[in-house]
Design a protein around this ligand. Structure first.
Ligand SMILES: Cc1cc2nc3c(=O)[nH]c(=O)nc-3n(C[C@H](O)[C@H](O)[C@H](O)COP(=O)(O)O)c2cc1C
Length: 320
């Protein structure tokens, strides 16, 4: 059974958090269009001496969604989620947890480390925790430490993808876990959302297609590159953050490197969003599913397309 907060979405989709790319504009548009919108807490970066920007973003998102709900009681907004990078390179974690707890963030997405105290803070304010993992061992650890649900990040996902086939990953997790399970990686059509459910997931977790939306905080060239590229243009490399991730080959070429001959990184230099911002601002993260993205459009238009395709796919499958 899905927790009520995930059970009544227009379509079973979470717009995944993306470093630099996801901010309040995108999250608000996603939630108003009926899917969960999310952003990494680390995207809210104030200048030295200024009050925490995360505080202002959470206030803005809650107020705008409240206003939407009052004006549209027949189609209320979906809830939003905040992503916490639970890794030693995140010096802000404690502060950000306190802010999210105070703002009663309804859905917490944790990445790169499962910590009971983060889960406890989320539960204490009435929230649920979804933890992202790339294999079954990490999945078990996350549930042992108190996460409520899992995000299975399979091969082909944007950002720090896993190496495993979605079929293998979902099958191993569903063998022992009947709680909320999301599938991440190269899902870009309504048909693929339904396929994730058929495979055993409850919801799809979609990132890269949202880079090519008006509300995404991405350079116009990045958005155009998403529209113009396909799976063949995605390169897997550990060079940029110390951990394997998927990137757009043309952006690697534009930075003066050869995407076909990249060195391997030293994992001890792992520092996700701190020392090497160029990994995300010049070398552009992206998953393999973008062949389905043909235009830069408002997030609402992308979600409407997914919803139409999802309904058609259900009919087609029922007729089989
Ligand atoms: C540019 C980019 C940045 C990302 N940054 C984060 C992040 O900060 N935290 C996180 O948990 N996942 C991050 N991800 C991974 C996504 O949340 C998600 O797993 C992935 O985008 C899903 O695969 P897809 O892009 O093929 O849809 C990022 C992905 C991309 C493409």
């Amino acid at each position: 059974m899905l927790p009520p907060i995930l059970a009544n979405l227009r379509i079973p989709v979470i717009g995944s958090p993306m470093f630099i790319v996801s901010g309040p504009e995108l999250v608000i548009a996603q939630c108003k269009a009926g899917i969960v919108g999310s952003f990494p807490a680390l995207n809210a970066r104030e200048k030295d001496g200024e009050p925490p920007l995360l505080e202002a973003w959470l206030t803005r998102i809650s107020e705008e969604l409240d206003r939407h709900n009052q004006a549209n009681p027949d189609r209320p907004a979906a809830p939003f989620a905040v992503n916490q990078i639970v890794h030693r390179s995140n010096a802000r974690l404690e502060r950000d947890i306190e802010i999210c707890h105070r703002h009663k963030v309804p859905i917490w997405i944790t990445s790169l480390g499962a910590r009971p105290e983060v889960n406890a803070a989320a539960h204490d304010c009435g929230g649920i925790v979804l933890h992202d993992i790339i294999n079954n061992v990490f999945a078990k650890k996350a549930i042992d430490k108190g996460a409520d649900g899992l995000i299975a990040v399979a091969a082909g996902a944007g950002g720090h993808a896993g190496p495993q086939s979605p079929f293998a990953l979902i099958q191993e997790i569903r063998d022992w876990f009947d709680g909320p399970l999301l599938l991440s990686g190269a899902i870009s059509t309504g048909r693929a959302v339904l396929a994730a459910q058929v495979m055993g997931a409850d919801l799809a977790y979609i990132g890269s297609p949202f880079i090519a939306t008006n509300e995404a905080n991405a350079q116009p060239e990045y958005k155009r590159m998403i529209v113009e590229s396909g799976a063949m243009d995605i390169v897997t490399s550990s060079l940029f953050t110390g951990v394997s991730g998927n990137y757009l080959a043309p952006s690697i070429r534009n930075a003066g490197l050869d995407p076909d001959n990249l060195e391997k990184a030293d994992p001890s230099s792992m520092d996700f969003h701190g020392a090497k911002p160029k990994a995300w601002s010049q070398i552009w993260g992206c998953g393999q599913g973008i062949g389905a993205v043909h235009e830069i459009a408002p997030a609402q238009a992308l979600i409407d397309r997914l919803a139409d395709e999802y309904a058609q796919a259900k009919q087609a499958v029922a007729a089989l």
